[in-house]
Design a protein around this ligand. Structure first.
Ligand SMILES: [Zn+2]
Length: 446
């Protein structure tokens, strides 16, 4: 085996084999001097450098990054690609924010050329932030979904995405109908679902912008194509919940609207779920429907604090997400920092090992993708990142006094952002590297 056809990467290596238990070390594999071997884009082996050398590996053949932490690429379970330029828009809560910022911007995505440029830009932002897989909302225009899948396919990134379905309570130019949305979805599903690394998610924006007829059509599609995902928003703001009561007066609660149309299940990911009732929690757990926890968005839009312990105690899968552009950063490091604070405000904790588990294997499990990504199990797709632990003078100073891997990770997630991501690899190939850590220049690979 030569390095050129395979790739051998020597660094500090961290990945998870299960839910981490910081006390016993179960679920955590950390190597201060480790080697990751990649062949044909997949993990061939991972182990301690000394052990690998004993088994015959010539360590000189490795690309060596002694100062860097190598780990699986981050996974983001809820993000909107048309909202990249809406990020950091001032002064509104959810419903006004949609009307004043998001809807006008999404109108531009009717133009396929505009959408193609925006999709490539968005994917580059993910790569710069060390995110290699995401579950993505596109816009109501099928051509914007087409543009997104084409770009993701070109970047060879594992992505789940879908066309937004929305037939009321938005500007007329942004509305589809139950019939056109169903036809567009079928065409996109047949073109892209399970094509190379791409999968399709039915994407009704949220119940207020879909008529009962459109949700019925969504349920039919979900049944017609068993491997699909479903993503939508749930119980994000109190104003939204009050609105649901007027739009769906017969529903017992917000979740019941989706339940009625058969949209719950282990492949369904609901953004937010901040204000759920006990009945809704019970039903989420029964159906193994997931919640995407979006702390920067929940704080920014003033939506509320997610009680993660309550969801996890009930057995609901909770994943970690940025929700750009309601969220304020593409970085899962920034997201972890805010998640920690959201939980602190409620007397809960987020252990750094749990946090990094969530951003990698945990999110892979929540998205039913742990058969192919999330850690360095042999045969998995080799999406990984190299992290510079001391990207700023303050971080470098703090890391010097961090004695354990948990301390290093906590300083990283509290102080870090995209500037810590030195390199991002997709299927073993370098896709992005930060050329100069002082200047932060960016270099893109073909
Ligand atoms: Zn969202």
């Amino acid at each position: 085996m030569t390095v050129s056809d395979a790739g051998a990467f020597r660094a500090q290596i961290l990945h998870f084999t299960g839910v981490p238990d910081p006390l016993t070390g179960a679920g955590i594999e950390y190597m201060e001097d480790g080697v990751l071997l990649v062949e044909n884009g997949r993990v061939k082996a991972v182990g301690r450098a000394g052990d690998m050398a004993q088994q015959g590996l010539d360590l000189h053949q490795c690309e060596h990054f002694p100062e860097h932490l190598l780990m699986p690429g981050f996974i983001d379970s809820h993000i909107h690609y048309p909202q990249t330029s809406v990020i950091a828009s001032y002064g509104e809560q959810l419903l006004d924010w949609l009307n004043n910022y998001t809807f006008p911007t999404e109108l531009q995505f009717a133009d396929p050329d505009f959408a193609a440029v925006a999709a490539a830009e968005f994917l580059k932002f993910l790569l710069q932030n060390g995110t290699t897989t995401a579950m993505v909302y596109t816009s109501v225009f099928a051509q914007s979904t087409q543009a997104f899948f084409s770009a993701a396919d070109k970047f060879n990134m594992r992505m789940i995405a879908g066309k937004v379905m929305m037939d009321r309570n938005a500007p007329t130019e942004l509305l589809d109908t139950p019939a056109t949305s169903a036809a567009d979805c079928r065409e996109l599903i047949e073109r892209w679902h399970n094509t190379r690394r791409l999968q399709y998610a039915l994407t009704p924006r949220f119940a207020p912008t879909s008529s009962p007829e459109q949700l019925a059509v969504t349920g039919k599609l979900y049944r017609d194509y068993p491997g699909l995902y479903l993503q939508t928003h749930l119980s994000e703001s109190k104003q939204e919940i009050a609105w649901i009561k007027t739009l769906y007066p017969k529903a017992r609660n917000y979740l019941d609207v989706y339940d009625h149309y058969g949209l719950l299940g282990p492949r369904s990911v609901f953004g937010h779920g901040i204000h759920l009732s006990d009945d809704e929690i019970t039903r989420m757990a029964q159906t193994q429907s997931g919640i995407a926890f979006c702390p920067t968005s929940n704080l920014f839009l003033g939506s509320g604090l997610l009680n993660m312990a309550r969801l996890e105690d009930a057995g609901i899968p909770v994943s970690l997400a940025t929700d750009v552009g309601g969220g304020t950063s593409f970085s899962q490091l920034r997201t972890l920092a805010e998640a920690y604070k959201v939980l602190q405000l409620q007397g809960q904790n987020l252990h750094p090992l749990k946090g990094f588990y969530m951003a990698t294997l945990g999110n892979a499990r929540a998205l039913q993708l742990d058969n192919c990504i999330g850690n360095f199990e042999q045969g998995k797709e080799a999406d990984f990142i190299l992290i510079n632990l001391g990207a700023t003078p303050l971080q470098a100073l703090r890391q010097k006094t961090a004695l354990t891997v948990a301390e290093k990770l906590f300083a990283l997630m509290t102080l870090g952002d995209e500037h810590n991501i030195a390199r991002t690899y997709i299927m073993g190939k370098l896709a992005f590297r930060r050329a100069d850590k002082a200047q932060g220049a960016l270099v893109w690979m073909d």
